[in-house]
Write a protein that binds this ligand. Structure first.
Ligand code: E4P
Length: 215
């Protein structure tokens, strides 16, 4: 399963890029609004340090506007992927972008059928938002399993990108279900690395080795 960072914070991205495990980055207007830098400059810097898809979202509500924005965004870097919210206008835009050879990530997906429609419109990625579903008292991961099954049933190559991840269990479930990608905040990625038994193990090994050194 590929691991993406869900952030627009350059320091976090630069740090994780050195871990040898980072496959891509997802941003959205909210994440970009938290950063001080101009969004185009920031996206360009991200494209330069991460060798993988970098999602940048359009904010127009009409297909022509979405395509216009996308045409500007793709100039920022060759790995930019255009995030388009699911809607009839979004479907039209994804079809137009796909026909132009521009990759899209269909965002704000909350049902398996929305995912199927996005795939049919040519989306390269679909992003089910699991945490937001959990917040609304639905089991977010259920739709991930359904999307994976549907895509397998019809041999659909669109990648399932699990988004709105809030904790390590979401990541474990995504991997067990066969999702292609999990995108997560820096904090969740840090939690994935840690285990209290690893910390205790290292502490004990070092203490024992100290005894050997002292003879
Ligand atoms: C993914 O592409 C989205 O940017 C993100 O996962 C949304 O997460 P949130 O529900 O925590 O805002």
């Amino acid at each position: 399963m590929k691991i993406f960072l869900d952030t627009a914070n350059f320091e976090e991205i630069k740090e994780v890029a050195t871990w040898g495990i980072l496959d891509g980055v997802t941003t959205n207007p909210t994440l970009l609004s938290k950063e001080k830098e101009d969004y185009k400059t920031l996206l360009k810097k991200i494209c330069e340090v991460v060798d993988g898809p970098i999602s940048a979202e359009v904010v127009s509500l009409d297909p022509d506007g979405m395509v216009r924005e996308a045409s500007e965004l793709v100039k920022i870097g060759k790995n930019i992927v255009i995030k388009v919210p699911i809607s009839t206008e979004g479907l039209k835009a994804m079809r137009m972008l796909s026909d132009k050879g521009i990759k899209t990530n269909c965002t704000l997906v909350f049902s398996p059928i929305q995912a199927l429609l996005a795939a049919k419109a040519g989306a390269s990625f679909v992003s089910p938002f699991v945490g937001r579903l959990d917040d609304a008292s639905h089991i977010g991961m259920e739709i991930v399993g359904q999307i994976v099954t549907i895509f397998q049933n019809y041999d659909i190559s669109t990648e399932v990108l699990v988004a709105s991840i809030r904790n390590p269990l979401h990541v474990v479930d995504a991997a067990l279900m066969g999702a292609d990608i999990a995108t997560m905040p820096f904090k969740v990625l840090q939690q994935l690395v840690k285990h209290p038994l690893t910390d205790v193990g290292i502490k004990n090994f070092l203490a024992d080795w100290e005894k050997v050194r002292k003879g």
